[in-house]
Design a protein around this ligand. Structure first.
Ligand code: NGF
Length: 289
């Protein structure tokens, strides 16, 4: 379960329906061109919070069918509707996903006891292992070292997708829980996290920049920091341009330049205007081979 996992994007048509052919092409691009170690399915980058339960299931099925046992698969099943989270956790476990992950419950400002109950409830209902998805900037939910420790007491919770710029907390978690898996979630901070001995990373930009992410991670593990830093620099130039142009839309336009039918983003995400589509093509020309 270690290494570089792409936070998989999904191809949607103009009406917001899943474009199966396009989704399969995105998967193949990640496996055959970027050669990543695994896929994180239906996370933020998969526009998970914008789609129906049926669409989530459809995506889980298509991805598993395309990947088989080629790489590891993590299914993000977290939902404010705990019944949906349990239903999806059972669904992907039957499909033989290697692990499940769930975003911390958000919006209602749940206290820690409620957050803990959410994870334990999902896990009581399923025979699978869980990776906590912590992304305070989007959820507003921050947990401290002791709270991570309490969650980790459940042996089925095997790790965390840590999407935060708090390297003090990251180091403390690494030190306190050497046997838990830590995945870095901010691609622009991959090297900084890697030197703290994380187990891997999960990111959206790996859909187009997976090869560089793999190099950064591997160089850092080998202590080749200068080489890793150079690649992180190019990576961050790329990420800065992507963020300025529109994150998910730009990655999809970049994928299209690689012959991948990456489709559109779901509303309320906007469709890029012509000038930004052109800019995405220029970014692809500059950074992709
Ligand atoms: O897209 C976001 C939102 N974060 C992703 C990743 O942490 C989560 C990150 O790769 C994710 O992709 C998922 O759950 O599917 C950023 O897009 C990247 O570092 C650029 O900032 O914060």
């Amino acid at each position: 379960m270690k290494g570089i996992f792409t936070a998989l994007m999904c191809s949607f048509d103009e009406k917001g329906q899943v474009n199966e052919k396009g989704l399969r092409e995105i998967v193949r691009h990640n496996l055959d061109v970027s050669k990543v170690d695994g896929l994180y399915v239906n996370g933020s980058s998969g526009e998970n919070f914008l789609i129906s339960t049926e669409q989530k299931k459809q995506i889980f099925e298509i991805v598993k069918d395309e990947v088989g046992d080629q790489v590891k698969l993590i299914a993000q099943v977290g939902s404010l509707n705990i019944d949906e989270a349990v239903e999806l956790a059972q669904f992907v476990t039957d499909l033989k996903y290697d692990a499940i992950s769930a975003v911390t419950p958000f919006y209602y400002k749940f206290d820690f006891a409620e957050i803990k109950d959410y994870y334990n409830t999902i896990l009581e209902n399923v025979d699978n292992q869980m990776i906590i998805y912590s992304i305070p900037a989007l959820t507003g939910v921050s947990m401290d070292l002791q709270q991570f420790g309490e969650l980790f007491e459940n042996e089925k919770i095997i790790g965390v997708k840590f999407t935060a710029p708090d390297f003090f907390l990251l180091e403390r978690i690494r030190h306190a829980f050497p046997d838990k898996l830590i995945y870095s979630g901010f691609d622009e901070m991959l090297l900084s996290a890697s030197v703290l001995n994380i187990d891997g990373a999960i990111g959206s930009t790996f859909n187009v920049n997976g090869q560089r992410a793999k190099q950064i991670f591997e160089f850092a593990q080998d202590g080749r920091i200068e080489e890793a830093r150079e690649i992180q620099k190019v990576t961050n130039d790329l990420i800065a341009e992507i963020l300025e142009n529109g994150l998910y839309q730009t990655i999809k336009e970049m994928l299209k330049t690689q012959g991948v039918d990456a489709g559109f983003c779901r509303k309320p995400m906007k469709t890029l205007q012509e000038d930004k589509v052109l800019k995405a093509k220029l970014i692809a020309e500059k950074y992709l081979k």
